[in-house]
Structures are given as C-alpha cells and as structure tokens.
Design a protein. Structure first.
Lengths: 295, 295
C-alpha cells in the first residue's frame, strides 16, 4: 500500500472506522464532546452517494443529488475542522484497549465504532475456507510470503494496482484480475486477465483459481474490495443475517465496540446511517465514562 | 377541544403519531413508498427545536439555528406534498387493526409508528394513582361527567384554554392553573390560580389538589401537556427506563407498533430521531408485507 505518511497517535479514546454518513455523524458528536478520537476512512467516503441521481428522504434536503449531499457532508466536517485519516484497516483486535492494524500502521483505542458499510461484492466460492491459507486481503502485510511464487490480485478498484505493483517486485509471477474499467499504470511484469472468477480451490491451502473456463495454478490470491467483510476485520464479532448484530444502543457483542450504519443491516439509508453514527458516539461516551476514561 | 374539521379517513395502512423529526422522516419514506398513511401531529412539531440557539450535529447543516432547521424540515414536507393532520390523540388500542382515538375523532391503521417525543414535564404526585378516578387528559372526552362540579385544568400550553372554556359551559366551577405565561382569552367564569401544584390527593377518587400551601377541593382535574405520557396513550406498551422499549428494528412489544425518536430513549438528538423515523417506516412496510397488506 502506498499510503502517504499517516498522522496517527498511539492511542485514542475512540476510533471511528469508516467515513460514510455514519462515521461522519459519529465524528461530529465526538468533536462536539471533545473526545480524543480519530476518524478513519478513505475518500470518497460513501461511493454509493456519488452514484445516487437523487436523494429525496434526507430530512431537510428535498430532492438533492447524492454527490451534492456528499459534498455538504464533507463541508460540514471541514467547517468543524474534522480530519479524515486515509487509512485502510485490516484487523481489529479486542482489548482493552482495542488494537487497530493496517499496512505498516497500528494504533489503540478504548472504544471503537465500526461504520464500515456493506460490500455489495459477494464473497467468492472458497474464499472463507481458504482465508489465511493462501487467500488474503492485504498484500502489504502478507506479500513477502510469496517471494518467487505465483500470486493473483482480484481488484474491485484502483487500489489493487499499487498492491500489484508492490507484489511485482517480490513474486515470480503476478496476475491481475480487475473487476472495474479504466486500469491505470501497472508494472509491465504483471499479467492482466479479464473475466469472472468462478472459484478459489484447494484442500489445505489454495491451489488454483478458476477464471471463466480456465484453471490457473496459484500460491496466493489477494482480494481488494471497497469494503472489507466485517467477519474478516474482526472474527469474534457476532453477525446476524450478514450484518453486525447490535441492540438499540448500537452495542455489539463485544464491550466497547459499537456499530452504526449499513453494516448493522437494512434499511440501507443515509438518514438511518447518520442517526446511528450520532447515537453510537454518545453510547461510546457512556461506555468510556463507565471505565472512568472520560472526564 | 376546538379542533377544526379534520381530514381523516376510516382506515390507513400506517398511522404516524407525532410530527417532530422522527415523524417527519417516517412520513418522507411513507410518501416515497406510496403507503396509504397519515401523519398526525400538532404544530409547532418539535417545540424544542424552536428554542435551540444552534444545532451543530445535524449532518449537512453546519451550525444552524434550531428554528431555521425546523423550517427546512417543514419545507421538505411541503415540497413532497405531505400534510400534517392537526389531531391530538389520547388513546391507541391494539388491534388488528389499531384504533386511534382523540376528541370526537377516531380512525384505524394496520401499523402505527409512535414518534411522540418525551415530555420534560414530570408527572404530578398522585397523578398515576388517580388516573381515570378524577384525573384525565382530555376534557372534550370526559368533560360531561363533571356537570355542575368543580374542575381544575393544569395547562402547560394555550391548548388548555379552549379546554377550560369548553368546561366553563358544563361545570359549576372551573379553576385554571397555567404553567406558562401570556394567557389568552378565558371565559370570565373561569378562576385563574397561579403557582406550583404539589400533589393530587384522594383515596379512591380525586378529592383535592394542593397548590403551593392551599388545598383546593375538586371533583376532577385535567392536565394539558405538550406530550402525552406514552403509558397513558397505550397502557400495554412495554417501557424501560421511562422510554418505550424497542429493539434495533424499532419494534415495540406489540406487533405492528413501532416507535422512533426521543420516545425510544436517549440520546435525545435530532439526527437519531430522524434516522429512526426513516427506519421505522421501512420496518412497518415489512410488517405490512408479512400481513399481505402491502402490494
């Protein structure tokens, strides 16, 4: 991952993961309540909003374009001097405190709000079974394991390109399978293959990938999605119908860990997400107070 | 109650009770999803907003006056051609269908969203014990019982005045105890008494009221608040810590009855209320679909 130097402290009272409407609304309350917090996410913060031709049900904004509303949200953050740290987190370990990991960076937090949205991108056949056995989500983390081996990257966005370029220096052979158009600058050693991935196969570890009708022998595959599936981020998290299970106070099964927005399940609506984000911060403050962590 | 003629049908798929941010957001989704619904509430729809000097955490509106935001909300409704039926409901009976009652009016609905807010006005000592035994909330409903008797009205707003004027024609003696300033036009037969009500007393039925240090013998008392306590609206409703108990889907303990906004408990925040309203309608639609009531 070619992240620019991130401004991260070693510890926060609250980490908000995700900068869609839920994460943004959570940050507004964190800022107002003067928490020592960090808002983590990557632009564009809610790519779904960009594509929404019109939004009719965000109270206060009759019939507005999704992108215009998104800009209003970002401007609100800017006026409140709220920064978004552009960090892709791959793991959250429960504490206390929680440890957040991603690429070369790490931090800790007393409470965490997951506002990670949902991925419309289904898991591949074999993905869950082979996770950690040749299947991964972070080339920067695991790439060195594949020195002189054959690796594929299945990428839903341009982020996969820097992962692939990084791997081109390490692996013997890198195959790039893009699920998007307009591919950018890739190292000439990378082989691009287009088509639909049918399955990831192997018994104890990944052996091959089937692309359309072609079977490709592989040592490793990295999948780059817009959102990381929450079960991969934090395996202890209790899910229900593919969503993070929360109660009305947005508490998950892990004390100090809250979830807000689309990741807590339907309805997938901006106003619901924002409302839950606002609530999650205030519930997190109650939790911090119960620990004696918030004056 | 001197309500103007209300435009009410006999039956709706969904009744939304309350026109604060939760009720308004619920109505937006009901309108978009083309439900046969009614939005019931009395202006000013969220009196609390009028008094908020600034709101900083309604995502998309950096630092706005409460009243300005309220006007934006109302304008949104207007643009969507959503009407508010100015009806004060005093009872909801579970069905199916639910029956809504208030003054001379009644209607039914397959599903109901309670978005009734919270009353900052505490119950009086003795109020719950003597409810229905001389203590009531609706003079229009129960006034005739007090022909030639002595009745008091404790009023938190001007609405009490029309109740009092109505009672002046029926009762022998009407005492008006205002908890607000700028009293309007009262029938000259009404006696105004100012001060703080200490208790409502009686064994099997109301006998007297203590106002400051004065004990006033009474046959009945009507209390006119901005919000009706939810336990009076619907006694079967399960409460928890004085709020209506809901799960993450905003379902109450009664099938088909949902609650949204401040009435579901803290935090009392506009964005939380609006988000819950939006969600409640979509959950109500799922419920209607399960009944086969929504095509």
């Amino acid at each position: 991952m070619t992240e620019t130097q991130l401004k991260l402290k070693d510890h926060y009272q609250l980490a908000i993961i995700g900068c869609g409407p839920a994460g943004m609304a959570a940050a507004l309350n964190a800022q107002i309540r003067r928490l020592d917090y960090v808002l983590i996410g990557k632009e564009p913060c809610s790519p779904k909003m960009i594509k929404a031709p019109k939004v009719e049900n965000f109270l206060g904004f009759p019939e507005i374009k999704g992108e215009e509303l998104r800009q209003r949200f970002l401007k609100h953050l800017e006026q409140m001097k709220i920064e978004i740290v552009p960090w892709k987190i791959t793991n959250v370990y429960k504490g206390p405190p929680f440890t957040l990991l991603g690429g070369d960076y790490t931090t800790t937090a007393d409470a965490v709000i997951l506002a990670i949205g949902v991925s419309p991108q289904n898991l591949f056949f074999g993905e869950t079974k082979l996770l950690g056995r040749g299947v991964g989500y972070c080339a920067t983390c695991d790439g060195p394991l594949y020195a002189n081996k054959t690796v594929a990257i299945i990428a839903y966005n341009k982020e996969g390109e820097s992962e692939a370029n990084y791997l081109a220096d390490i692996a013997e052979h890198v195959i790039y399978i893009p699920y998007y158009n307009e591919i950018g600058k890739l190292d000439p050693r990378i082989e691009i293959k287009k088509g639909s991935v049918k399955s990831l196969n192997g018994n104890y570890k990944l052996e091959d990938l089937v692309l359309e009708n072609e079977k490709i022998a592989l040592d490793g595959v990295f999948i780059v999605r817009d959102n990381l599936p929450s079960e991969q981020l934090m395996p202890e998290l209790k899910l229900s119908a593919n969503a993070i299970e929360v109660n009305h106070n947005l508490e998950t099964n892990i004390p100090g860990l809250f979830a807000a927005g689309d990741c807590t399940g339907q309805p997938y609506q901006l106003l619901k997400a924002a409302g839950e984000g606002a609530t999650a911060t205030l519930q997190a403050i109650k939790y911090l107070e119960s620990l004696g962590k918030k004056a």
